[in-house]
Design a protein around this ligand. Structure first.
Ligand SMILES: *Cc1c(COP(=O)(O)O)cnc(C)c1O
Length: 429
């Protein structure tokens, strides 16, 4: 199977294992517990000397089948799934960092992750937030007790692109664990392992599921990080091949002890969604680029934030990092499906959103449908104006998660919305 393309391998992944009754999909296993005829096998599962399931909080055959697919997408050594992306991040930070450790994080991160870092600080973890578009800023923040560097690939909602290569190089030189949240780029456009990320987090709720009908998260160990020198691994997991230590601790401490376990039902839905990741991303990236170009020229728009535009400050970097193979060793850039728009001075972004017809006014992203919301009024409301300014989120910013609708319909909907608010502004004759 190794020589086949990504979509072929994901589609046929389940069949590589044994599926009951010749089922084409891995079944949903609802059982909370798993039994063995010979108690020695049960003992072996508990002592990690034998593969198998014990209690479903630590996974089921259905979650394992999904983990294999996500792992295949990321080209990893192993993957653990969680109930949500936040469940995955909470498990990652709390099991690998201790009071007195220092974390360097990008300041351009998902709002809830930002809030989670506040919780970590309250537990005694030191956190520095830096402008990760500049690897120098990360380098300057490093302290003797720094253990981990955390970044996102394409920031939401501002679309800043971190210096993923520079930070990877820095982490390798300093022996730091480099963690990348790959949710917005997806493993279809980018594999953080190419720049040395040791752990990759994906919110499966977003593009990988793609249909807004299940929540999930995953952490993949890429095999790039040497766990033998990592002080945060407990004595009990310092056994056998050090390459397995990190994921073992994440599965045992992060999943078993904290219990944010993905249900088999959700795992199945996400696995079905993952089969069409490439198709959906192709269409959504095309729609996003088309829309970004049209909006950038529109008199009702002051600014479009999208790395596919030549005016984006990290356009060249994004062109280098994100793309897909198009045969014969050729590669084409793709810039993702998330963009944000600032309307021209005096135009009311709320009225604009209300004038849209197809676009769904909703939070969430990575859905097949195009979704939009006013970022400062909603997902970044709790943060307040000072923090918003620091994160580069103006009050008029509209975040758009571009879906897979017919391109012309989508462009027409945005033009209709802009025309409606521009009519209001125009003084009466
Ligand atoms: C949505 C999101 C998360 C959290 O994922 P959930 O599945 O919603 O918990 C984390 N990081 C990024 C970049 C996200 O967009």
């Amino acid at each position: 199977m190794m020589s086949y393309g990504l979509t072929t391998r994901v589609l046929h992944a389940d069949r590589q294992g044994d599926i009951e009754h010749g089922a084409v999909h891995k079944p949903m296993h609802p059982s909370a517990a798993y039994r063995y005829d010979d108690v020695n096998d049960l003992v072996g599962v508990f002592q990690n000397t034998r593969a198998g399931y014990s209690y479903a909080r630590q996974g089921t055959p259905t979650t394992a089948a999904l983990e294999a697919k996500v792992n295949l997408l990321e080209g990893g050594r192993g993957t653990v799934s969680f109930a949500t992306g936040m469940g995955a991040l909470a498990a990652l930070f709390t099991t690998l960092l201790r009071a007195g450790d220092h974390l360097v994080s990008s300041q351009y991160i998902f709002g809830n992750t930002n809030s989670l870092l506040g919780t970590l600080q309250a537990l005694g973890v030191e956190v520095s937030m830096v402008d990760a578009t500049d690897a120098q800023a990360v380098a300057q923040a490093i302290r003797p007790n720094t253990r981990m560097v955390f970044v996102e690939t394409i920031a939401n909602p501002g679309t800043q692109i971190a210096d993923l290569a520079g930070i990877g190089e820095l982490c390798r030189e300093r022996g730091l664990l480099y963690v990348v949240d790959n949710t917005i780029s997806t493993p279809y456009l980018y594999r953080p392992a190419v720049h040395g990320a040791g752990l990759v987090m994906n919110s499966l709720t977003k593009y990988i599921c793609g249909h807004g009908n299940a929540l999930g998260g995953a952490i993949t160990d890429t095999g790039c990080f040497d766990w033998s020198n990592y002080p945060g691994i407990s004595e009990v997991y310092r056994k056998g091949d050090p390459a397995n230590w990190g994921l073992m601790q994440l599965r045992k401490k992060g999943l078993r002890d904290m219990g944010a376990t993905l249900s088999s039902e959700s795992a199945h839905r996400i696995a079905v969604g993952a089969e069409t990741l490439a198709l959906r991303m192709e269409r959504a990236c095309h729609n996003a680029l088309t829309l970004a170009r049209r909006l950038a020229e529109h008199p009702g728009v002051a600014r479009v934030h999208y790395a596919g535009l030549a005016t984006h400050p990290q356009h060249a970097r994004a062109t280098e990092y994100f793309g897909v193979g198009v045969g014969e060793g050729r590669r084409e850039p793709r810039y993702g499906a998330l963009l944000s728009v600032e309307l021209a001075e005096g135009l009311d972004c709320l009225a604009f959103l209300n004038a849209l017809d197809i676009v769904v006014l909703s939070t969430h992203l990575g859905d097949s449908r195009t979704l939009a919301l006013p970022a400062a009024h909603t997902i970044y409301h709790e943060m307040g104006p000072v923090k918003r300014a620091q994160m580069g989120i103006p009050d008029s910013l509209v975040r758009v998660s571009v879906g897979i609708e017919d391109t012309a319909d989508l462009v027409a909907d945005f033009e209709r919305g802009l025309a409606a608010v521009m009519d209001v502004r125009r003084p009466a004759a």
